[in-house]
Design a protein around this ligand. Structure first.
Ligand SMILES: [Zn+2]
Length: 288
């Protein structure tokens, strides 16, 4: 699930300045460099809005400075190019910043799903709509291609429709909300859900559900269960039957301590430990 990362220790103005200092032709460079204050200001306001969990209120920066959505040409296009040509491009001036942000991916994995390989940066607010944030470090999150694709170019339209932000929303793991329900008999399988508990703040709970649905995380986590279940069908029969629920609970606690309470592994073992059918022999079913 979403993996918290410390907010990047990179100054938005310095990053933008470095990326654009060598832009060509000179007319483009001059117009980009003239935007340094505007870009720095947008990054400061972004930080305040993200801290307040209110990136949906960032509307005044939408389509700025051109003021026109998806305009071809114009300075907005150059701002977006600043990301692709002046930061992502291997030999570009900003590539070291790109690499620095990407290497913060936990275990090299996507910060949005915790599972896919992080091989890109996702714009938390899409650069299509927020060109001023195209290279703002706090808006760039190490992510996998799937999450980047599913998140797409959508900007949040309400507080509830903000996906979780790895730099700002670590509190979301103060509660356990990833649940795996055991399906069976005849054959065990697991279906993952986002099920925030009633004591969780309603806004965070809504965002958890939105994040889970938008990134199609059930599709990603459900198939992880297969190898675990096959492995358990071999190891569990070696234990005394009355020890099995406790054994699975301990595995759930170990995963929660090492990977987080909302890791799919912790959810999977919680789900199995809580299923009387599974612990009572369901673990053997598919192999008989
Ligand atoms: Zn991902």
């Amino acid at each position: 699930m979403m993996r918290p990362i410390a907010k990047p220790d990179l100054d938005a103005r310095t990053v933008f300045d470095t990326c654009t200092a060598g832009a060509s032709p000179k007319t483009v460079r001059t117009s980009l460099q003239a935007l340094k204050d505007t870009v720095a200001n947008a990054a400061t306001e972004y930080d305040a809005a993200a801290t307040a969990r209110a990136l949906h209120t960032f509307g005044k920066f939408k389509d700025q400075p051109d003021g026109v959505p998806k305009k071809t040409g114009g300075i907005n296009k150059q701002l977006k190019n600043t990301y692709t040509s002046r930061m992502v491009h291997k030999r570009s001036a900003g590539r070291t910043f790109y690499d620095q942000l990407l290497k913060e991916a936990p275990d090299g994995r996507c910060a949005l799903c915790g599972q896919g390989i992080a091989d890109t940066l996702d714009h938390q607010l899409p650069k299509t709509h927020y060109p001023l944030l195209a290279v703002a470090p706090a808006n760039l999150v190490p992510a996998c291609r799937d999450c980047n694709y599913y998140k797409g170019e959508e900007a949040p339209t309400s507080a509830e429709k903000q996906t979780l932000h790895p730099y700002y929303d670590s509190e979301v793991h103060d509660h356990t909300w990833l649940v795996a329900r055991v399906a069976g008999p005849p054959k065990p399988s697991l279906v993952f859900h986002a099920a925030p508990p009633p004591e969780m703040a309603p806004l965070l709970a809504a965002r958890v559900r939105h994040h889970f649905t938008t990134l199609k995380l059930a599709r990603l986590y459900n198939p992880q269960a297969g190898p675990e279940l096959r492995n358990l069908s071999r190891s569990l029969p070696r234990l005394p039957a009355n020890m099995i629920p406790e054994h699975l609970r301990e595995r759930a606690e170990d995963w929660a301590a090492s990977e987080g309470v909302n890791s799919w592994q912790a959810a999977l073992y919680r789900g199995l430990a809580g299923s009387p059918w599974y612990t009572g022999g369901g673990y053997e079913e598919p192999w008989k």
